[in-house]
Design a binder for this molecule. Structure first.
Ligand SMILES: Nc1ncnc2c1ncn2[C@@H]1O[C@H](COP(=O)(O)OP(=O)(O)OP(=O)(O)O)[C@@H](O)[C@H]1O
Length: 616
């Protein structure tokens, strides 16, 4: 009932006028079969008893009107139902994605159960709260029709009417059983269908197309996709067979009951207990009631299934935030002192190993801290904690002494600019790709251009066919030009995309903390130099966290923190760390040896003094 009430509320809010019109018309249509059956009986009895011609005219006129109404209403109802589906679908989609957007962190997007529910809860996957309401409305309509016929039958043969009603009981039980099993099957094959979609997406995705062609993995992936489809099909086939068995049994029962009814009516007419008109309405009533019973049972089953799907929607839209939000969050003021990590321990879940182990670190305001470490050392994880995509498992992160769990996450993030290692490229125009860093700049061309200039991508963008308005994707057409037809978008190179991501981050130049996780990994040597000079300029006097495996680009950072398997093992500036002859010095010497022209690579364990002499 709670789910049903929520579905009705959603439909009413989405399109109140259409909802009322649809409901009223649907109820009116339920009365037409009974009305025409009675009019038919009256006409036949009238003809048999040779009644007055005026009455006959009125009765036939009435029957004609009812016929006209029942011929026209279904089309109107169908249109209203379509309109309601569209409006309710739109609102459902809006509420669903507003709710997922309210999730504070990333945890839910790594929870397969949540993702299964999210898929089932989407109108595009067939879930529409209107199905729940329309189903219940159809039940009411069929029940009204049935009520009319039951009344008629009770007048003619109460025993027969009782028998017919009783035959409805196994129908309900059977249909509800089927709908329960179907809902369970839909839930069980959810992960299978999501995997199928994953392979499907891979096989139609330009990024994956290169490797798939080169490694010749198309057949393998296609096989995997089809295997998932077969698994889903097998589950559906089992369900359909069960459906056929139950429905056939129910249909046989219905036929037996109506056959018995007809035999009884024929014999009663022979004995003179029923008139010819009575027999006519009896036949219409039996057929109408059987139809209505089947409709009621079928619609109850469908509504039950729609309610189950709507349950997933409610579960997603009312899901608790994955990270707790303070009831009265503190405002996040501009950074005055700095950001502190105090004994931070983190693992992605209790089943995962520790990724950060007791990290204590201070990033003073206006300074640049560089993070160094081998692959998997925990650098990007630390960044995600700073942005509060996850909370530390133990320990705290303080923004000017305030635990970031106490502040509004959206406010905190407005104070942070970032280029992530796995930065995004959007299949949108160049303007939009940059402006997504700060939507206030969407119509501010000088700001967008200045950010692009600093990221060294302005000349590339300005030279595109439509300049900054060029679509940076080959997946869609640009808007059609009536003379030349649809225009192709443009694909940027990897390095150009990275510069675009940098421009997006530069747009937030007023932010308090700039995080750059491998900002130049895809750039050529000249571009890297250019971008790092620009970054150095941009960082001046700002608080920043810089991650790079190219240690040469970090040497002018105010401090360098070395993470090893989640532990902070060294902290100091470039010179101090080289003198310390530890992990950093080893890594630096190893990397620098690759640039020497005597061809001798520096072995990993060599003395750091040599490294300092040669590299600093
Ligand atoms: N979402 C996640 N769920 C579970 N484990 C994760 C997740 N993201 C990262 N990890 C694990 O956490 C560890 C640290 O990963 P992280 O990305 O922080 O390393 P990193 O130092 O940035 O490495 P790289 O230099 O390769 O970018 C790795 O062992 C990784 O497998």
């Amino acid at each position: 009932m709670r789910r049903f009430a929520a579905a009705v509320a959603l439909c009413v809010r989405a399109a109140p006028g259409v909802f009322v019109a649809h409901t009223v018309l649907a109820l009116v249509t339920s009365t037409t079969p009974v009305a025409s059956a009675w009019l038919m009986k009256l006409i036949i009895d009238h003809l048999v008893h040779r009644g007055a011609p005026g009455t006959l005219l009125a009765l036939t006129g009435g029957l004609g009107t009812v016929g006209l109404v029942s011929a026209m209403l279904p089309q109107l109802l169908q249109y209203l139902r379509g309109e309601l589906d569209r409006e309710v679908g739109l609102r459902t989609q809006e509420r669903l994605f507003t709710a997922t957007g309210r999730q504070v962190g990333l945890g839910r997007f790594e929870d397969p159960h949540f993702l299964d529910r999210l898929r089932l809860a989407q109108p595009t996957a067939g879930m529409n709260p209107n199905d729940v309401v329309a189903g219940v409305l159809n039940v009411v309509r069929a029940a009204l029709t049935m009520g009319g016929f039951v009344g008629s039958l009770f007048l003619l043969g109460p025993v027969m009417a009782g028998l017919l009603l009783l035959s409805g009981v196994p129908m309900f039980v059977g249909e509800i059983h089927l709908s329960r099993r179907r809902a369970r099957m839909v839930w069980e094959i959810g992960p299978v269908e999501r995997r199928e979609f994953f392979y499907n997406d891979l096989l139609s995705n330009v990024q994956a197309a290169k490797e798939i062609r080169l490694f010749g993995t198309g057949g393998f992936l296609r096989g995997r996709m089809l295997a998932e489809r077969r698994t889903a099909n097998a589950a559906k086939r089992t369900m359909d067979r069960r459906d056929v068995a139950v429905q056939t049994g129910l249909a046989a029962l219905a036929a037996a009951v109506s056959g018995t009814g007809l035999v009884w009516a024929g014999m009663a007419a022979q004995r003179g207990v029923l008139s010819i008109g009575d027999v006519t309405i009896f036949i219409a009533a039996i057929a109408g009631m059987q139809g209505a019973l089947a409709t009621v049972a079928g619609e109850i089953a469908r509504s039950h299934q729609a309610l189950e799907l709507f349950g997933h929607y409610l579960a997603v839209t009312t899901a608790e935030p994955d990270l707790p939000v303070a009831p009265a969050p503190l405002p996040v003021a501009a950074l005055r002192d700095g950001i502190t990590l105090r004994d931070v321990w983190f693992r992605y879940s209790p089943q995962h190993p520790w990724v950060l182990r007791g990290v204590t670190l201070h990033i003073p305001r206006g300074r640049t801290l560089a993070l160094v470490g081998l692959n998997g050392a925990g650098k990007s994880t630390l960044v995600k904690l700073l942005c509060r995509f996850y909370d530390p498992t133990k320990g705290t992160i303080l923004w000017d002494g305030v635990d970031i769990r106490e502040v509004d996450p959206a406010q905190l993030r407005r104070r942070i600019g970032a280029v992530f290692q796995d930065f995004m490229h959007y299949d949108m125009t160049a303007t939009e790709n940059i402006a997504l860093g700060d939507l206030d700049a969407l119509d501010d061309a000088p700001r967008l251009r200045s950010a692009a200039r600093r990221a060294g991508v302005h000349d590339t963008l300005a030279a595109l066919p439509q300049g900054y308005e060029t679509l940076l994707s080959r997946t869609f057409f640009m808007t059609s030009d009536s003379e030349h037809g649809p225009l192709d978008g443009v694909a940027l190179s990897g390095g150009q995309r990275q510069r675009l991501a940098l421009a997006r981050a530069f747009l937030r130049d007023r932010c308090d903390l700039m995080i750059l996780d491998e900002p130049s990994a895809g750039l050529d040597a000249a571009a890297e130099h250019e971008v790092h000079s620009s970054l150095r300029e941009h960082r001046r006097g700002r608080t920043s966290l810089l991650i790079s495996h190219r240690l040469g680009t970090l040497r002018d950072a105010d401090a360098i923190a070395v993470l090893d398997d989640g532990e902070l093992v060294e902290l100091g500036d470039h010179a101090t760390l080289l003198d310390a002859a530890g992990r950093y010095a080893q890594l630096f010497a190893l990397q620098a040896s690759g640039y020497r022209d005597d061809g001798a690579g520096e072995p990993a364990g060599s003395a750091a003094l040599t490294a300092r002499e040669r590299c600093s």
